[in-house]
Ligand binder design. Structure first.
Ligand code: SF4
Length: 260
């Protein structure tokens, strides 16, 4: 089972890294085409403009290539390149839109690319070491985890839950109390951002679908966000579930630096 999960995680990472690598190759191709035009056709002004564009693109490609190489090396060796984290994050964020556009052209579903990005993000976090106090850790859960017909407003305050056990909010609340970490149930990105401002966490464990998780990770960068995909037995946004073992592993990772 573990091997199968490992193989799935590996394949997930490959989609995103593969798309990023092809994006870089495409930009390199454009630079090469620019160089060819420069040597063959234009007069002095055009040559200067082209030269400037080529120089800027080359600097861009050099920076993101170093960042991407750092990401790939980190994923291979599970080793942190100290001082390169910012560059690696910037490269991923800059290349992410390229990966989405390229993925669309290649008919790769967005959710696959986004879950691949989440996997890469999580693996990068795991290559680092954390020792964060519980009150500085925030679990952000989506309100679709709550049973749809539950009358209690847990988005206002999670302690409004009456612990009937019909949904995972109950267990999530217990886990948060056991470890002393914060828990907030949010209706969307705006409330999630407000919770981040209110709690001022040093690390976040975010539970959501591919789209919301990706946006959350990009939004809160450089804050470390461990993404846990929700489970959707009844389709999106209704009576969703979460793998609580993954949540507790993520909490322990941020608390004690335990491997996931
Ligand atoms: S566990 Fe809490 S949130 Fe879920 S249905 Fe019961 S009372 Fe509502």
């Amino acid at each position: 089972m573990l091997n199968r999960n490992g193989a799935i995680a590996k394949n997930k990472k490959r989609v995103f890294i593969g798309l990023l690598s092809v994006s870089i190759l495409l930009i390199l191709g454009m630079i090469f085409a620019g160089i060819l035009i420069y040597y063959n056709r234009f007069g002095n002004l055009y040559r200067f403009i082209l030269l400037t564009i080529i120089a800027l693109l080359s600097i861009f490609i050099l920076i993101v290539s170093i960042g991407l190489a750092g990401v790939v090396m980190t994923l291979w060796h599970v080793k942190t390149f100290y001082g390169l984290e910012g560059l690696m994050n910037t490269s991923l964020n800059l290349l992410f839109p390229f990966a989405l556009v390229l993925g669309k052209a290649l008919h790769i579903p967005k959710d696959i690319i986004k879950s691949s990005y989440i996997e890469v993000n999580n693996k990068l976090l795991q290559s680092r070491s954390y020792n964060i106090s519980p009150e500085k850790i925030l679990i952000l859960a989506p309100h679709c985890l709550q049973r749809w017909d539950c009358p209690y407003k847990v988005t206002a305050d999670v302690s409004n839950c009456r612990h009937c056990g019909r949904c995972d909010i109950d267990q999530l609340w217990r886990v948060s109390k056991d470890y002393g970490v914060n828990l907030a149930v949010v209706t969307g990105g705006t409330l999630a951002r407000k919770m981040v401002v209110d709690y001022k966490p040093e690390a976040i464990i975010a539970i959501a679908c591919e789209r919301d998780l990706t946006e959350g990770i990009l939004d809160t960068n450089p804050l470390p966000v461990m993404g846990v995909l929700n489970i959707r037995p009844e389709g999106p946004c209704k009576n969703t579930k979460v793998d609580l073992a993954r949540v507790t592993e993520a909490i322990e990772f941020f608390l004690y630096g335990k491997e996931l």
